[in-house]
Design a binder for this molecule. Structure first.
Ligand SMILES: [Zn+2]
Length: 334
């Protein structure tokens, strides 16, 4: 697990002024969550307007999922894929990561610091992920303020020092989004969760399967589980430049077909640009960029292509649908 870039410094002067004047912090480095707030207020002008927070390091940083309308939580990543811009002493320098590995091991506690109850997966058996606004139907869940909701959000990396208002009642922490699930799984595959359907705890790794084990719509409707399918993938540019293609790298055999298929999906470029600006930029600059892709949607055989179906109907998923946005996630090695 690489050292996450948990803080960065905005390069917009107005943002620096605002932080110095209005925020109760010692430095001008901020978390990605604060960055989103400053972006919404107009103090940060662009997702690429950040540099590394290490003293003397000027590595350019990009903030993924910066606008509040994004599906994923905001996160800092290196702007450049081809060049390591961090100074040697920088803790975010990829070359110094190996030394940090052992201490990262115990990090699963970061997912349980604020909870007193169980961790519930919001992955629906028939509909996959419904997005952040999906209603929580878990009985006994204590209503919380927006701040507290942000606190129990598994992958938010804000400081936790104001616990005095927290209810002492049992509060279940929810893994709401695909991103939440993937990030927890990557840190601790044994992390215990309760599925919507199940009554007992299972390790989160039980929800994950290789993409080659994905099934078609008919089989899916007859089954009682939804899984998160994963595999290495890359981008390619279809003729229509408003969209981008994500294609899994390993071919798959489909029963009744002699040829092999590479599972692929088409997604609106505008969406991809908000969530993974660094990946798109690296691709458009000609880098051979590969990443891990995660999807919960069933397969759909589209002529000679193997694509993905909606959960609602045996039909090709729309490249600009919330259903796709909520049920697809990619992860780079950082
Ligand atoms: Zn740095």
């Amino acid at each position: 697990m690489a050292k996450l870039i948990d803080k960065a410094i905005p390069t917009d002067e107005e943002a620096i002024k605002y932080i110095n004047k209005e925020l109760d912090t010692s430095g001008v480095d901020i978390t990605a969550i604060v960055a989103r707030k400053l972006f919404e207020k107009g103090y940060i002008k662009d997702k690429r307007n950040f540099i590394c927070s290490t003293e003397g390091c000027k590595a350019k940083i990009t903030c993924r999922s910066l606008p509040a309308i994004s599906k994923n939580s905001p996160a800092f990543v290196n702007q450049s894929y081809s060049e390591n811009e961090h100074i040697k002493e920088c803790q975010y320098n990829p070359d110094s990561r190996d030394k940090l590995e052992p201490t990262k091991k115990k990090n699963s506690t970061q997912f349980s610091y604020s909870k007193t109850g169980d961790t519930v997966s919001d992955l629906s058996v028939k509909k996959g992920f419904l997005g952040e606004d999906s209603p929580n139907k878990i009985a006994g869940k204590v209503e919380s303020t927006p701040e507290e909701k942000a606190d129990t959000h598994a992958v938010s990396r804000t400081d936790k020092n104001d616990n005095k208002n927290r209810s002492s009642k049992k509060v279940n922490q929810h893994l709401k989004t695909l991103q939440d699930h993937v990030e927890v799984y990557k840190v601790d595959p044994e992390f215990l969760i309760i599925t919507k359907k199940g009554k007992r705890q299972i390790p989160i790794k039980f929800l994950f399967r290789s993409i080659k084990r994905n099934i078609f719509f008919d089989e899916f409707t007859a089954s009682h589980y939804t899984y998160i399918y994963y595999g290495n993938a890359k981008l390619s540019q279809p003729e229509n430049r408003n969209v981008i293609r994500v294609m899994f790298k390993k071919p798959i055999e489909v029963e009744g077909n002699s040829k092999k298929f590479w599972p692929a999906l088409i997604i609106l470029k505008e969406f991809f640009e908000i969530e993974y600006p660094d990946v798109l930029e690296a691709f458009e600059q000609g880098n051979d960029i590969s990443f891990e892709a995660f999807i919960t949607l069933p397969f759909f055989l589209n002529g000679e292509y193997l694509n993905f179906s909606s959960f609602n109907k045996d039909m090709l998923i729309e490249p600009f649908s919330d259903e796709l946005y909520n049920n697809f996630y990619i992860r780079t090695k950082a």
